[in-house]
Write a protein that binds this ligand. Structure first.
Ligand code: UT7
Length: 325
């Protein structure tokens, strides 16, 4: 008996052209390249130009993903954009992306799970595709975090950057065996007890302002390694896979020390982990598709490879998706 699975048909990404190095940031706040490199692994980040919006970044990434997938935008019947930095409070950034690509059918909506947003969006799209409600989905992670940073706070402004990534998913009939391609398992978690560890101090209903990012970095760091390790193990148990059977880990890119801690805790070989944060910092919901795109461009993704994507972010929210390329 066959099964419907969400197969990744294409991946794309976009980074704004303006690059801000650690030395550039050191001209604004009391920091230096050595500290940022040693504590985070970040060397530079991309900053959206004046007037360049989250939707613009998302549209560019989506176009590339659609071309690589060989799918006409008019056939897309689901657009989900994961973002914590929407163009407007409403309507969603997704409807703007949908309109710009000439898509007039199906549904478009945003998902807000901060750095876990892409994982949440992927798992949501997978459920729409497997249930038969949609056939071809565009899943985007797009952020302009530079707009919500406090550029006087060296503890946070050095960490984040702007960017977007996207994938095209297609519902395909698979044989329901171990060789199936597409999303094999996903697991999402959240725990609002930790809301004040990583948040923005504004919003339409609380302050009528956008607000700026605030973070208790050390606490987030501590929870990140534990939560990420737990969710990876739960996703593997659920799917019947083991760590050595994973060909490539595509993690959220927050801090290289988090990735090293996760690798040590779970016994993951370093060469199996895609690391991109040195050149774009933490791009929140965009970071996983940006890393996936880099793996694709470097020819590190072979048909049949098993990949594991994971993230943890504000909320706390966290999650993982296991897929066969
Ligand atoms: O995307 C998901 C969410 N985000 C994360 O996963 C981020 C998680 N947290 C982290 O990555 C790390 O906690 C940080 C990179 C944010 C901070 O690293 P840390 O090793 O935890 O540093 P710390 O906050 O404990 O600060 C250590 C020292 C402090 O000085 P004192 O008090 O020891 O004298 C800070 O004032 O480093 C100082 N410091 C800086 N110095 C130079 C903090 N930020 C900077 C800076 N430049 N930018």
């Amino acid at each position: 008996m066959g099964i419907t699975r969400s197969v990744i048909r294409g991946v794309g990404a976009y980074l704004p052209s303006q690059i801000m190095t650690n030395d550039d940031v050191a001209k604004i706040v009391d920091t230096n390249d050595d500290w940022i490199t040693e504590r985070t692994g970040i060397k530079s980040r991309h900053i959206a130009a004046n007037g360049e919006l989250t939707s613009d970044l998302g549209i560019a990434a989506a176009k590339q993903a659609l071309i690589r997938a060989g799918i006409d935008p008019i056939d897309i019947d689901l657009v989900i954009c994961a973002t914590a930095t929407p163009d407007r409070t409403f309507p969603s950034t997704s409807v703007r992306i949908q309109h710009s690509l000439g898509i007039t059918k199906g549904a478009a909506f945003d998902i807000q799970a901060v750095c876990s947003g892409f994982i949440y969006a992927l798992a949501t799209a997978d459920n729409f595709l497997r249930s038969g409600q949609s056939r071809q989905a565009l899943v985007i992670g797009a952020e302009t975090f530079s707009r919500i940073l406090d550029w006087t706070d060296r503890k946070t402004c050095v960490l984040f950057g702007d960017g977007a990534g996207a994938v095209v998913l297609e519902a395909q009939s698979q044989s329901n065996t171990r060789d199936d391609r597409g999303i094999l398992a996903s697991k999402l978690r959240s725990d609002g007890r930790y809301e004040n560890m990583l948040y923005v101090d504004g919003g339409p209903s609380s302050t009528m302002t956008v607000g700026q990012l605030r973070m208790k970095g050390r606490e987030v760091f501590r929870h990140a390694i534990q939560n990420i390790s737990d969710i990876i193990e739960e996703t593997l148990v659920m799917s019947g896979y083991t760590i050595p059977e994973i060909d490539l880990f595509i993690p959220h890119q927050a801090n290289v020390r988090i990735l090293d801690g996760m690798a040590k805790k779970l016994g993951i070989k370093n060469e199996k982990i895609i690391k991109t944060l040195h050149h774009h910092g933490n791009t929140s919901a965009a970071s996983i598709p940006l890393a996936l795109n880099q793996a694709f461009q470097e020819d590190r993704l072979k048909k049949g490879d098993v990949i594991l994507m994971e993230a943890m972010g504000g909320g706390f929210t966290w999650g993982a998706v296991l897929a066969r390329w």
